[in-house]
Each structure stands twice: as C-alpha cells, then as structure tokens.
Design a protein around this ligand. Structure first.
Ligand SMILES: [Zn+2]
Ligand SMILES: [Zn+2]
Length: 86
C-alpha cells in the first residue's frame, strides 16, 4: 500500500487547510472547536521551528479510494499519536 504523498498532493491539502491546523479533536486544549493554529509551510516536521506541522493519515476513503489526510500542528499530531497510536 502506498503511503507516500507527492509534494503536490501535500500542497493541495495545505491549500485547502489554508495553512492551519485542521484538528477538531474534542480532548485537546482547543476543545470542540478547530485548532486553527497558523503554520509555516517550511516548518513541516521540524518540531524546533515555530509553525511546525505534520501530515496525519486518517485512512483511505471515497469512491476513488483516496487518502484522507489532514494538516496537524505538531502538538495535535503528537497528542493524536499517543492517543490513537496512528
Ligand atoms: Zn493543532
Ligand atoms: Zn488538536
């Protein structure tokens, strides 16, 4: 199973998210609203930089069996990993 997105795929997701964290996990500090933390494109995967973010795979979905991914800030990404182990 292919689990790698091309750079342009990621850019699409990034544009849709408007460069903000898409997390809406009720158990996080942002409670029931979206995190919406503004992120920096250049800071992907760089936990020591401000605006750090990651691509989070949610699964494969839809008629085209597309990847469902979301942009998460590093804090939400870390929390999700510890909570769901994904
Ligand atoms: Zn977040
Ligand atoms: Zn969150």
């Amino acid at each position: 199973m292919k689990t790698v997105l091309s750079q342009s795929d990621i850019k699409e997701v990034w544009k849709k998210a408007e460069g903000k964290c898409q997390c809406s996990e009720p158990s996080h500090n942002h409670y029931n609203i979206m995190c919406n933390k503004p992120l920096e494109w250049e800071s992907r995967g760089k936990a020591d930089l401000p605006g750090c973010w990651e691509i989070h795979f949610r699964g494969i979905d839809g008629p085209g069996r597309e990847y469902t991914v979301e942009i998460l800030c590093c804090e939400c990404y870390k929390l999700k990993k510890t909570q769901h182990g994904c």
